[in-house]
Design a binder for this molecule. Structure first.
Ligand code: ADP
Length: 299
C-alpha cells in the first residue's frame, strides 16, 4: 500500500567530548553502526506500525548493504525492489558532542546511483501503491521521475524536501502533502534561519503558494500544522521526555503516508503521525526507536 522511494545509509556514530576543529584529532567512544537514511527510516516506521510497505532504493554489495536489507526485512518491509550496486552503500559519518549536537558527513554511495530509469522499471509498483513517499537524499532527477510516474498513475505523493533543494513546479504541484520541518520550510521559502521569524502559519501559507495540494509543517515538541486550500489546523505535540530526536521526522512522515493511504483525512493522519513522532523521541536511535501500533494507541 505504501511505496517509499529513497535513501538507505549506514549511520556510523562516535560520541566525543567536543567535535574536532580543522586539523585536530580527538578520541571518542566505540563506533556504533545503525541502519539509517530517510527512505529506509520511513519504510521501517510504516511497516512497524502495520503498513504493507515496500522500499525502492539502492545499497552496495557490502556489509552495510546487508545490514540495511536485514533490518528492512526484520521490520516487515518488502525489499524485492531494493537494487544492489557495485559501489559502496551510502554512509553517514556522525560525531555527537557532550551537549548532543552533531556534525554529519554523508557519502551517498549507492544512493547516488538510484536513477530515473530504475523508477521507470518499477512503474507497476508505483502504480499499484496507494501512496508513494519520497525525500531528497537521492538524485533530483530520480525524485522527479518518481513523483511524475506516481502522479500519472493516480498514486498519491508525499514528499519531504530534505535535504532542502529547489524542485520543478510540476513536482511541487503533485505533492499531497509536502512535509517540511521548520528548517526546511524556511529554506524553501528562502528565509534565512535567523531572519524575521514569522509564525508557522505564515510558512504553511508560503509553502501552499508554491503549488502543492497540501502542506504539513512539523514543529518538534509543538506538534505539526496541516494546511490545504480549505483551511489550516494546528495539532499540538504529545508531551514526552525526549531522549533522542534522531529520525523523528522520518517516523512522522512514514506514519503520515501510511495513514493517508489507509483513508484518513489529512488532519487525522497528522494527529496519528504526531503521536508516532513523539514515541520515536522517547528512545535512542532512529529505526530502533520506532513504535508499534499498539505503543501508539496505548499512550
Ligand atoms: P525533524 O525530526 O525532521 O527535525 P521535528 O523536529 O519537527 O522534525 O519532529 C517531527 C515530529 O516528531 C513532530 O511533529 C512531533 O510529532 C515529534 N517530535 C519531535 N520532537 C519532539 C519532542 N521533543 N516531543 C514530542 N514530540 C516530538
Amino acid at each position: 500500500d505504501l511505496l517509499v522511494v529513497g535513501s538507505a545509509n549506514a549511520d556510523l556514530v562516535i560520541r566525543v567530548d567536543h567535535r574536532p576543529a580543522a586539523g585536530e584529532t580527538v578520541l571518542g567512544s566505540d563506533l556504533a553502526t545503525h541502519p539509517g537514511g530517510k527512505g529506509a527510516n520511513q519504510a521501517v516506521a510504516a511497516a512497524r506500525l502495520g503498513a504493507r510497505t515496500a522500499l525502492l532504493a539502492r545499497v552496495g554489495d557490502d556489509p552495510y548493504g546487508r545490514l540495511l536489507l536485514d533490518t528492512q526485512r526484520a521490520s516487515g518491509v518488502d525489499t524485492d525492489a531494493v537494487l544492489t550496486d557495485d559501489g559502496p552503500t551510502g554512509v553517514a559519518l556522525i560525531t555527537v558532542d557532550r551537549s548532543g549536537e552533531n556534525s554529519i558527513v554523508v557519502s551517498p554511495g549507492a544512493n547516488a546511483q538510484l536513477s530515473a530509469r530504475d523508477v521507470r522499471a518499477a512503474e507497476p509498483l508505483l502504480a499499484a501503491a496507494k501512496v508513494v513517499s519520497v525525500q531528497l537524499e537521492i538524485p533530483l532527477d530520480t525524485v522527479a521521475a518518481a513523483v511524475r510516474t506516481a502522479a500519472a498513475a493516480g498514486t498519491r505523493v508525499v514528499l519531504n524536501p530534505s535535504p532542502p533543494a529547489s524542485l520543478p513546479a510540476d513536482v511541487l504541484v503533485a505533492c499531497d502533502p509536502l512535509v517540511a520541518n521548520e528548517h526546511e520550510a524556511k529554506l524553501l521559502l528562502r528565509r534565512l534561519p535567523d531572519g524575521p521569524p514569522g509564525a508557522p502559519e505564515s510558512w504553511a501559507e508560503g509553502l501552499l503558494a508554491l503549488g502543492p495540494r497540501s502542506v504539513v509543517v512539523t514543529l518538534g515538541a509543538a506538534g505539526a500544522l496541516a494546511a490545504d486550500r480549505t483551511g489550516m489546523v494546528r495539532v499540538p505535540g504529545v508531551p514526552v521526555e525526549a531522549v533522542d530526536t534522531t529520525g523523528a521526522g522520518d517516523a512522522f512522515t512514514g506514519a503520515l503516508a501510511w495513514r493517508l493511504g489507509a483513508g484518513d483525512d489529512l488532519e487525522a493522519a497528522v494527529r496519528y503521525a504526531v503521536r508516532v513522532g513523539a514515541a520515536a523521541v522517547t528512545r535512542a536511535g532512529a529505526q530502533e526507536s520506532y513504535p508499534t501500533a499498539a505503543e501508539v494507541t496505548g499512550r
